[in-house]
Write a protein that binds this ligand. Structure first.
Ligand code: IMP
Ligand code: MG
Length: 185
């Protein structure tokens, strides 16, 4: 049986996401922005965050996947496979809109090794945006493999596997309202 322990409650998340939205609104006052969410984990965070940013804004989504065969949950009950990406990232869904000369807020659920975001950052920078900022709800700095920092961070968390509020284990638990540490998945 999976064991789920609440790490961040829905109230803590709501309060922090509102603060992050206010910070973004202050930094981009009088300008328009584009939120680019990383599918699928950032979908819930993006939808909550954007509603706290009362600026002219549009949404876009990018899809990425890591190369490599990951064992199934049955083969890897500790869940490390879902966690340790091979490091090679590929685009599964490109952006729909032009990023050229736009203020881009890249929205991600969690910054872990940093490999995914550094890849996406390069893809977006190739389009020559006016500015590019990263908003990550969670940050696990202890696991970083490449040097990358988010401009807006919700919570810095310890080295544990978390699910809920968009984050999954083998595609499950994204709909949990709280962020939980999962063991025995
Ligand atoms: P990175 O490339 O290692 O920074 O990995 C980022 C991606 O790995 C995130 O977008 C998540 O999809 C996934 N990930 C990393 N840590 C966790 C976790 O604790 N729970 C769920 N997904 C995670
Ligand atoms: Mg993700």
């Amino acid at each position: 049986m999976p064991d789920l322990k609440v790490l961040l409650s829905r109230d803590q998340i709501a309060k922090r996401v509102a603060e992050m939205g206010e910070e973004i609104a202050r930094d981009f006052r009088g300008q328009s922005i584009i939120f680019v969410g990383v599918l699928k984990g950032a979908a819930i965070f993006l939808s909550d965050l954007a509603r706290h940013v009362p600026l002219e804004a549009t949404f876009d989504f990018i899809g990425v996947s890591s190369y490599g065969n990951r064992p199934t949950p049955r083969e890897d009950p500790a869940g490390h496979a879902a966690w340790d990406s091979s490091g090679e990232v590929r685009l599964t869904k490109d952006m729909d809109q032009s990023m050229a000369d736009r203020n881009v807020i890249l929205v991600e659920d969690i910054l872990d090794t940093g490999l995914t975001l550094s890849y996406i950052q390069k893809v977006i920078l190739a389009h020559q945006p006016k500015s590019l900022r990263i908003a990550a709800l969670l940050d696990k700095p202890s696991r970083r493999k490449v040097q990358i920092q988010a401009d807006y961070i919700g919570f810095t968390i310890p080295d544990a596997y978390v699910v809920g509020y968009g984050l999954d284990y083998a595609e499950r638990y994204r709909n949990l309202p709280d962020i939980c540490v999962i063991s025995n998945p």
